[in-house]
Ligand binder design. Structure first.
Ligand code: FEO
Length: 169
């Protein structure tokens, strides 16, 4: 049996995942404004990933007999300065999400809720990837600096990213 407290915590995380999608949607739009359509594509895929994270949690809460209660989503920051800035802020945000997921795992452990603990493992692994992706892109954008050709090549590389839904379990 899942506790009301656990359902409430996962509900809050659903909000954080949708907020993440909202944040990345704004970043995508900023990249489009810069003329970096590949970067915009990368963030659009990120939006879809975040929504899929929320849906994965929605499915779990529902499966455990809990009710998903939606919270308000605040306006994300929309003041950015460059592609590098976008990825630095992405890494900062993903580190925060990692700490939220870790808190959820700690709660599941405290409550001896093994099912939720196992469910959350997917997110623990996902966060390692999220942080690694942002870190790699920060390095690349730092290497390229203000070199126009390098930026265009990197943008082209990011235009290749496609969304693939998380594998069904
Ligand atoms: Fe849902 Fe970017 O973590």
């Amino acid at each position: 049996m899942i506790s009301d407290k656990m359902v409430k915590s996962i509900n809050h995380q659903i909000n954080r995942e949708i907020y993440s999608a909202y944040l990345y949607m704004g970043m995508s739009s900023f990249a489009t404004e810069l003329g970096l359509n590949g970067v915009a594509n990368w963030f659009n895929v990120q939006v879809q990933e975040e929504l899929s994270h929320a849906q994965k949690m929605y499915g779990y809460v529902t499966q455990r007999g809990g009710r998903v209660l939606l919270e308000a989503i605040e306006e994300p920051p929309q003041d950015f300065s460059s592609a590098l800035d976008l990825f630095e802020k992405t890494l900062e945000h993903e580190k925060l999400v990692t700490s939220l997921i870790n808190d959820l795992v700690s709660q599941a452990v405290e409550e001896k809720d093994r099912a939720t603990e196992i469910f959350l493992q997917w997110f623990v692994t996902e966060q390692v990837e999220e942080e690694a992706n942002a870190t790699e892109l920060i390095q690349k954008f730092k290497l390229v600096g203000k070199d126009g050709n390098g930026l265009l090549m990197l943008d082209k590389e990011l235009s290749q990213r496609v969304y693939s839904p998380p594998a069904a379990e």
